[in-house]
Design a protein. Sequence first.
Length: 237
Amino acid sequence: MISQARFLIVEDELLIAETISDFLKQGGAQSITIVDSVDEAIEHLDKHKADLVLTDIVLGRDKTGIDLGNALSSKYKIPFIYITSHADKSIVEKAKHSRPNAYIVKPFKKDDIMVAIELALYSTTQTPSDAEPDEIIVKEGRSVVKIQCPSILWMESDRNYSTIYLNDGSRKIVRQSLSELQDLLPAQQFIRIHKSCIVNKHHITQVNSHSVMIHKAELPVGRAYQHILNDIFQQKS
């Protein structure tokens, strides 16, 4: 997928632009263009096609990466990733309205970049299908992480964060709501049993009157979700 994609890097710090370009080349990319301003990016996009744009937000000129992001989202319909040293809430708030595919904060690792790129390209090449996803990609800290769906036991939410419990005993704390995660999960495999809990049906070991067991963990079923117990019980019996 990366080897066939055309990339545009918009970055006024040459060393960072070349670092990203090197990562892409190591991943198999063959078509990479580097520009250092929004105007140059627009000029390039008006003449050439791009499959993914990676842009800094603060470019040291009148126009910012957010201006470019708005154009990419509304006019060009091209996926893009923000790469910036600014994690300030006000900047993130402005940036998210342009609907980027990812937001990576400097300093970044190669894996941060490559997984975000794979996710962005994957999301734009998806075609409608009855097949359900076998993995999800989530944001953990500054990284983007792939998780195999069968390895997920359950998920719990705490305000803006969610904790994903895995069958190897580990857990991932991600800054995504439970509803956002539910949209990513295969509906036939995962069910919501509480406003703050989603479980993997395949890992349920016991069904009680007001709870389910996943291995040694007892998870309460909310009043609004009590009808789900009957469905689970019938499937287990």
